[in-house]
Design a protein. Structure first.
Length: 452
């Protein structure tokens, strides 16, 4: 405890770090205030139906990522998710289209161009999602909850539709701007921090609700609630292992003499991530698992509807089995396109480096590829287990709202963002010769774990 308070004092002594933390907290506070500002024309007192609809399932997940803004009919209702979708699309285009591959190789100028394209695509995606959100809003709320803006029209007017779409698009772009400002002048990755804050905002309500449920006559009591917390801690530790776990490969650099100076002759280690794909396999798998919902909506055959129903039950065996299998496949796929053994072998060869006992060139590339395959398999199994953990604890009787914190994208984002932010704070402390946050002075972030 004494070390903790000393670290807080050291943080306060560093002007730049203190300003960055204050700036970050200020922008996050603005985001949280905005999540309670409803769309013009919507009565905030009559949102119970929308809150009930977004208490579980896919809408519950979206509501958690937006920090409750979705169920509040807020100007930030769509949150940062359209920006994330746009970023994923641009990443996929960078794998297949030469123009984007060229931009990725142009350094800072190429990165700025990609960011600009991502922003434009975010506007398009938000403009496509906003009418769907408004239509759902109108269907869920009573007629008197929405002001039509026209005394001669009983239903929401065209003006309401247009203004609401504009407000939702502007809200998402403002949240994106907040995230970019946090990244530039604050602390940590702004987009990831905004998502994390949205997730954490729902944790106290879910925790308190679960506690009350366990305290009921047939709820299981305090002991069962403590068991749930212990399991949650174990899952968090598993996520930390996924984010930080590495396998180090020794690399020996040959001696070189240039003039009177000698270079090389040292041994270093290349850290290969156990989970180099981050949360991307979960995101891709979730996108595939949403397809049965579309089939159920358009299918007229009872057999097709039954098939779709089996794969839309998030607590069912076939849904979770298929979901876990897709995550394992996508983990190998995304690792293969993010880690290039041939490039690593070529870079080592150019710098007179070699893996002891392995010939340079193709043999080295094959060795690295073999190591990656071996460590990716347990990593993919752990990732699949974390992804389906909410369903497992849900079947054990945990409420759906609290079960969402036991795994999936939300928990991995929480763990990754916290480690990444702590790593940046520790870097500022060590750079000014203060003690770090840990005795070892080394907190591993999630640079390769897929920060948004």
């Amino acid at each position: 405890m004494k070390r903790f308070f000393q670290t807080i004092k050291n943080i306060y002594k560093i002007d730049e770090l203190r300003r960055r933390i204050g700036y970050t907290l200020g922008l996050i506070l603005i985001y949280r205030f905005g999540s309670y500002v409803t769309i013009p024309g919507v009565d905030p007192q009559q949102l119970m139906a929308l809150k009930s609809q977004s208490s579980g399932g896919l809408l519950g997940l979206l509501n958690m990522f937006s920090g409750g803004a979705f169920s509040n009919a807020s100007i930030f209702a769509l949150g940062i998710m359209p920006y994330i979708s746009a970023s994923i699309v641009i990443q996929l285009l960078g794998m297949a289209i030469p123009y984007f591959q060229k931009l990725q190789k142009e350094g800072e100028s190429g990165r700025k161009k990609i960011n600009q394209i991502t922003r434009y695509l975010t506007v398009v995606i938000t403009a496509m999602q906003a009418p769907g959100y408004i239509a759902n809003l109108i269907s869920q709320l009573p007629a008197q909850a929405i002001t039509p803006f026209d005394p001669n029209v009983s239903s929401p007017s065209v003006f309401f539709w247009i203004t609401s779409v504009v407000v939702l698009v502007a809200g998402t772009m403002f949240v994106m701007w907040l995230g970019e400002k946090i990244t530039d002048k604050g602390l940590g990755n702004g987009i990831s921090l905004i998502i994390m804050v949205g997730i954490i905002a729902r944790l106290p309500f879910a925790l308190f609700s679960e506690f009350l449920a366990r305290m009921e006559q047939k709820g299981g009591g305090l002991v069962l609630f403590i068991v749930e917390l212990v399991v949650l801690v174990l899952v968090v530790l598993l996520c930390i292992l996924l984010v930080q776990g590495t396998r180090k490969i020794p690399v020996q650099y040959a001696k070189r003499v240039v003039g009177n100076k000698q270079y090389g002759g040292v041994r270093q280690y290349i850290p290969l991530k156990v989970n180099a794909a981050g949360v991307m396999p979960i995101i891709f798998a979730q996108a595939i698992m949403f397809l049965p919902l579309t089939i159920a909506g358009f299918a007229s055959s009872e057999s097709l509807q039954g098939f779709a129903a089996a794969f839309t039950d998030i607590n069912g065996f076939w849904y979770n089995f298929t979901y876990a299998l897709l995550i394992i496949v996508f983990t190998y796929f995304y690792t293969a396109i993010t880690v290039n053994p041939n490039q690593m072998a070529e870079d080592m060869k150019k710098n007179n480096g070699f893996i002891p006992g392995v010939k340079p060139g193709k043999k080295t590339a094959d060795f690295i590829d073999g190591v990656m395959s071996k460590i990716t398999f347990p990593g993919s199994l752990f990732l699949a287990l974390v992804a389906i953990m909410p369903a497992l604890v849900g079947m054990a009787g945990v409420s759906s709202q609290f079960a969402q914190f036991y795994g999936g994208t939300s928990l991995l984002i929480l763990v990754g963002v916290v480690l990444d932010t702590l790593q940046q704070i520790e870097s500022h402390l060590l750079m000014r010769h203060y003690e770090g946050l840990t005795k070892s002075g080394r907190i591993k972030g999630r640079t390769a774990a897929g920060a948004f």
